[in-house]
Design a protein around this ligand. Sequence first.
Ligand SMILES: *Cc1c(COP(=O)(O)O)cnc(C)c1O
Length: 323
Amino acid sequence: MSTALLHRRFPALERTLPFARLGDGPTPVRELTGLTRNNLWCKDESGYGYGGWGGNKVRKLEWLLPEVRRRGASTIFTVGATGTNWGLAAAVYARDLGIDTVLALIDQPEDDHVREQLRRLRQSGATMHFTHSKPLTIAAAPWLLLRHTRGLKLPYYLPAGGSAPIGVLGYVETGLELAAQVAAGELPQPRHIVTAVGSGGTVAGLALGCALAGLQSQVLGVVVNDTLPLGVRDLVRLADRTATVLRERGAEFDVPPLRLTTTREYLGRGYGHPTPEAAAAARVAASAGLRLESVYTAKAFAAALAADLDGPVLFLNTYGPRE
Ligand SMILES: *Cc1c(COP(=O)(O)O)cnc(C)c1O
């Protein structure tokens, strides 16, 4: 399947919204059995991506990187924490398309996972600037942009997590993909879809995609980041901006109000800080063959295991490590 489902749904977008497939869809769905709750399913994005790094950021890059090229930029500039999966995926997949990546990195609690990510980032060929905090990053940004200007072309700026509306399209696409799997009988229609909220693009896109596809599922975003505004209103606004991109480029549609809620109950002390609930959830996941990490997916899985959610519950696994 080489065309995007979004292009099939809205043929006008084929000419106006370039797409580059970077992984094999649909990603697998399966029931997780023998755990502490029943009727729990997983859609596993961990294998998505052709090389270097997988997971949810690859879905965003499928739309972002062609747009960077369409604008004629040869460098992207983006931001993240020192363990950034986003910066790593951007660097790896951009390099394959001949695009350079410049990263401004802020501090996060350091552990083995973060050190390993920094090693991978160094290997990726990205240019890294350690700006330590958000205010210092904002202060340094103009200088960094000028310093990495090639010819007269400024680097193309991408926000944290790739959650610009064009990147969010990756999860609109995934919502359509999930609806097709439900229609094919691969899984029941989820009552709840549970996944992490880091920069918000994944849940915003998923909620919009589900609404477009007519799914009734309620998306529960498990907030794991306290450094960005990520309330329901912010996420709905991001989904609205994404719908606007589609309409501006030729798609015509109406959608019902998005079914999207969030919880901050699993955040702990903040972004990157481990919690005992997440550690326990990661052990449960491991017994079902799911490898989670402590920043995003283990916190989200802890919420998915909570007994007060009616099933079927679908956990969207967004983590995609490679050796
Ligand atoms: C970035 C990330 C998320 C969060 O996705 P957003 O679209 O930024 O909210 C979740 N899980 C993993 C593993 C990630 O790297």
